[in-house]
Ligand binder design. Structure first.
Ligand code: HEC
Length: 429
């Protein structure tokens, strides 16, 4: 290869990147737009599989648990709205439109990140998936998923700070002009961009809604949403107020839609800034409302229960012991620590199926509420409610009640003891 050719390539590469518009094909007017559906087999199959799994799981849940339990109507509605949003973002003509109009592309990305992702997460897809699988497979899967290595990875990924940073990185990284424009010419890169936007958004909303951000405290969660609103808003504002074209790839195609390229860029910036910002504001308000409600409930708790939350085991035994000696005895027999148990419950995600007092975010109704479990005579209707039986149930629900829909928890013996100790602090007066 001659030197001239090599230097020529280097000189031309940036020029090519800057003028990539001509190489991109997409609809050139409204009449072409409506027919431009995007039937990418991979995307369509993934969407159909997700829908099938969720439909099957939520139906089986309804059929198998007693009336009034399972997934709530609004959770199911959230999932399907999120799923439809995904279809609009990935299959409808919005996708090809984004090839030729920056503002359409921004709309697509916002639909993925601030509409589809939180809605799907609210629909409890993992619970539905567990119930969609044959029972043995579901057990095997939850056993695998709770292995120490996967648990460590998962808890690192859903650590609020990590999820926050991963989402922010993905967002800023792909908006670097050469990278953003490269996705317009390469489908694999484009898929990678969408996967990282959507995947990191799922992680972000997961950590916020079901994860430890909620458990660590509402204050952290609000900060987490607020700072995300700030930095995504900043990116939107930069695009809105830039006097020059940041993504010249759209230079030739924007005028087909009666917009100058600069207007197109400004519109894209505003879409990222305002409607997406509103979603974050709503999330922050919802968290604030949750915080106030939580504070109210906390204040309404009677003092023995309040102490049981905050002081170590000895004090719990003392206070509980005064009011109900047999419960104090039960806690003692578990040889576990209630406070450690409370943390183990938060870590193990029991709240994705149960309503459990004292555990932030544990309001699901898939399994029976564990409110007042200490007063129950039987565990799941099959085992006498005694400490050792409770521990055995927690370690291996399937072997005691083969038909139970509670999956294996993958707890260690000590965790099960601690959890049992915590559960025996849950009395109904
Ligand atoms: C995927 C959903 C799911 C998860 C996750 C889950 N459970 Fe359950 N759990 C259930 C269901 C459903 C039942 C009812 C079982 C039955 O009746 O067969 C149940 C029953 C129970 C019971 C007996 C309740 C009663 O009223 O008799 C206890 C105690 C319990 N679960 C504790 C836990 C703990 C602790 C965790 C976390 C380590 C957990 N569960 C995780 C679904 C779940």
């Amino acid at each position: 290869m001659s030197l001239e050719l090599i230097t020529g390539t280097f000189v031309h590469l940036p020029v090519c990147l800057a003028h990539a518009g001509s190489a991109i094909d997409g609809p050139r007017g409204w009449s072409e737009l409506w027919g431009a559906w995007e039937w990418d087999p991979f995307v369509v199959l993934a969407l159909l599989a997700t829908a099938w799994i969720y439909a099957r799981g939520s139906r089986r849940l309804r059929a198998e648990v007693s009336r009034g339990r399972g997934l709530r109507g609004w959770e199911i509605a959230c999932f399907w709205t999120g799923w439809l949003t995904l279809v609009i973002a990935l299959v409808s003509p919005l996708h090809p439109w984004g090839q030729v109009l920056f503002s359409a592309h921004m709309t697509q990305h916002e639909l993925l990140m601030v509409a589809a992702a939180p809605l799907l997460v609210l629909g409890r897809p993992v619970v539905a998936m567990l119930f969609a699988l044959p029972r043995g497979d579901a057990r095997e899967l939850s056993r695998l998923a709770r292995g120490p290595r996967i648990r460590a990875i998962w808890s690192a990924a859903t650590n609020p700070l990590v999820a926050w940073a991963v989402h922010a990185l993905a967002l800023w990284f792909w908006h670097v002009p050469p990278l953003f424009q490269a996705t317009l010419r390469s489908e694999p890169l484009h898929h990678l961009q969408h996967v990282s936007f959507f995947g990191s958004a799922l992680l972000f909303w997961w950590a916020l809604i079901h994860g430890r951000a909620g458990i660590r405290g509402f204050g952290v969660a609000i900060l987490y949403v607020f700072t995300t609103m700030l930095h995504t808003g900043l990116l939107g504002a930069l695009l809105t107020f830039a006097g020059t074209l940041i993504y010249p790839a759209y230079q030739q195609t924007a005028p087909d839609w009666s917009l100058t390229p600069l207007e197109d860029q400004q519109l894209g910036g505003v879409i990222m800034w305002v409607p997406a910002g509103l979603v974050y504001v709503c999330a922050a308000l919802a968290l604030l409302a949750g915080w106030l409600r939580h504070a109210d409930r906390q204040a309404a708790l009677r003092w023995p229960a309040r102490l049981a939350r905050t002081v170590p085991m000895l004090l719990i035994l003392l206070t509980v012991g005064c009011s109900r000696p047999e419960v104090a005895g039960a806690i003692q027999l578990t040889r576990g620590g209630p406070e450690a148990g409370r943390q183990a419950i938060a870590r193990a995600g029991c709240g994705s199926c149960h309503t459990i007092p004292g555990i932030a975010g544990a309001r699901a109704i898939v399994g029976p509420p564990l409110t007042g479990i200490a007063n129950r005579n039987y565990i799941a209707g099959v085992l006498p409610n005694e400490p050792e039986a409770m521990i055995r149930w927690l370690l291996d629900p399937g072997s005691h009640s083969p038909k139970t829909v509670m999956p294996d928890t993958g707890l260690s013996e000590q965790e099960a003891r601690d959890i049992a100790a915590y559960l025996y602090t849950l009395r109904e007066n």
